[in-house]
Design a protein around this ligand. Structure first.
Ligand code: NAD
Length: 260
């Protein structure tokens, strides 16, 4: 018996990085999955990896843009049509945006990052929480960031969006706890995914390895988080093993945020 046997979990950003790692972890524990991403190719790779690692897992994939309300309504409707319910929601898709001083950040860039990272998370909550309230149960994990609880610099659109995710998480947890639904956020430090590789290339285009070394020198554990470590935290929060954790923002950063 797995912790997720027969549980339906919906994951956005399931086509890469942390979303893919969470999908693989939950599949190994028996979950039935609905994977959403703007990249059909990324979704196909995740589905293939799941079939290899946990053959027979029930998976549907939905290509959708989380910043579009029509697309969000569609991924929720497709999930409910396939499985009849949504037990867990990993509301995770996001982008980094460009690294710049505020004065050099274009307004279009600000709007672009906010529309995916914040509007996307809001829309996911809006349409999934309606299903969970009706069921009288559910668990949600939003992906915030250390950038959502500290000022890290050169990241005004990203930091704004992730602080917004923290606000949405606390507000949603307070609103929906009474309906048997928990809403929490994770705040990872750096995990080496395509998003962070791009961040390091922006910090030092000629020598991203050196940028990584400098970045890690501030970390108490002197390393990146592993995808497995983050996936285990997400699985714990979605598993129903600790439903009294609600409206919480849980850092997974080796202690780095306490040094800023
Ligand atoms: P990633 O780039 O590997 O994966 C992000 C996924 O989101 C991609 O598959 C991408 O196609 C998808 N996506 C992007 N825009 C989308 C849209 N409009 N609609 C649907 N899907 C879209 O990055 P990751 O590191 O796995 O990031 C996942 C989440 O974790 C993000 O919210 C990110 O901000 C957050 N995060 C990452 C780190 C880290 O160190 N990697 C740290 C803190 C927070």
């Amino acid at each position: 018996m797995g912790r997720f046997d027969n549980k339906v979990t919906l994951i956005t950003g399931g086509g890469s990085g942390i979303g893919r790692a969470a999908a693989l972890q939950l599949a190994s524990e028996g979950a039935r999955l609905s994977l959403v991403d703007i990249s059909a190719k990324g979704l196909a790779v995740t589905a293939e990896e799941i079939e290899k690692a946990s053959p027979g897992t029930e998976v549907i994939t939905v290509t959708a843009d989380v910043s579009s309300e029509t697309d969000v309504e569609r991924y929720v409707a497709d999930t409910v049509a396939a499985y009849g319910r949504i037990d867990g929601f990993f509301n995770n898709a996001g982008i980094e945006g460009t690294q710049n001083l505020i004065q050099d950040t274009s307004t279009d860039e600000f709007d672009r990052v906010l529309s995916i990272n914040l509007r996307g998370v809001f829309l996911g909550l809006k349409h999934v929480l309606a299903v969970m309230k009706e069921q009288g149960s559910g668990a949600v994990v939003n992906t915030a960031s250390v950038g959502g609880i500290r000022g890290t610099g050169l990241q005004s659109p990203y930091a704004t969006s992730k602080h917004g995710v923290v606000g949405l998480t606390r507000n949603a947890g307070v609103e929906y706890g009474q309906y048997g639904v928990s809403v929490n956020a994770i705040a990872p430090g750096a995990v080496l995914t395509p998003m962070v590789e791009e961040y390091l290339r922006q910090l030092d285009p000629d020598n991203p390895e050196e940028a990584a070394r400098k970045f890690l020198s501030d970390n108490p554990m002197k390393r990146f988080a592993t995808l497995d470590e983050v996936a285990h935290l997400i699985a714990f929060l979605l598993s129903g093993e600790a439903p009294f954790i609600n409206a919480a923002v849980i850092t997974i950063d080796g202690g780095q945020s306490y040094r800023y």
